[in-house]
Ligand binder design. Sequence first.
Ligand code: ADP
Length: 326
Amino acid sequence: MSTAKCVGILTSGGDAPGMNAAIRAVTRSAIYNGMAVKGIYRGYKGLITGEIQEFKTQNVSNIIQRGGTLLKTARCMEFKTPEGRKQAYNKLVEEGIEALIVIGGDGTLTGARIFAQEFNYPIVGLPGTIDNDLFGTDVTIGYDTALNTIMECVDKIRDTATSHDRLFFIEVMGRDAGFLALNGAIASGAEAAIIPETSLENDQLEEMIKNGFRKSKNSSIVLVAESELTGGAIGIAERVKNEFPLFDVRVTILGHLQRGGSPSAQDRILATRMGIAAIDALLDDQRNVMIGIQNDQIVYVPFSKAIKNDKPINRELLNTLRVSSI
Ligand code: ADP
């Protein structure tokens, strides 16, 4: 077995609930398998500056239930340059870290892919993003918790929407991906979702109104994915004010509260399984793959596939929302 004796772990990009559960699982599994573990703080930034600490099993006690990431996260422009990545590589050599586990989204895995190729260095990625926009995995760490948060928020907004007969546009996260908006709409009983995936196919606002939207209801809630393609909740609301001035329109942008909170059971279990699988992957001499889950089975997805392909939205869900919201 040519496996690393010491692995480094970092979280990078946008934080997501469940990252701590993943850090815990990676640490414990590495130790269980006789490896040393080093926690790298603030993503690629801390790798370059050397904010690194050896982790024992107690370092990850009492964190499974906490949102955010114990290792902190950051965005790091230097890592996008060859000089920055060389500094990072030198630091890994200096610290005796022979393989890396990175937890993050599309940007994090893109950086990992470039670095792994440049230095022929083993990296395993975990999909940590509330957006669920990584190809090759049914779900990402943090997505389920964010979906539940959105559902709870929409339930609350519905109380006021109903009392005032208002039309609410609620903007949710999902950098160019409609998973949170569409499934959030189904879960909260919203009337419609406006998502980037179908933005170029038809005018979703017009469609919504043409289909008798609000014929049978006095108040309505529409979830809008934040994206240039949808125009966001503010853009849509402006259009309604101009084209349908009779509606009493309001906008709520859920923003960063969607990232926070204690991870759901599903995210804790997913993160734990994926964390264990990341170490298994290294033991199996896998490198430069993202751990994914498909039909409840762990799979290895090459970085190139995970980040290059657009993850398609399940079309059946569009119909589910349409039919269930008449
Ligand atoms: P996320 O991982 O949540 O998508 P970002 O897109 O901000 O978040 O990416 C996180 C970090 O990954 C960036 O700050 C940068 O350090 C690194 N990264 C992103 N894209 C690249 C790239 N093309 N080359 C090298 N590093 C990158």
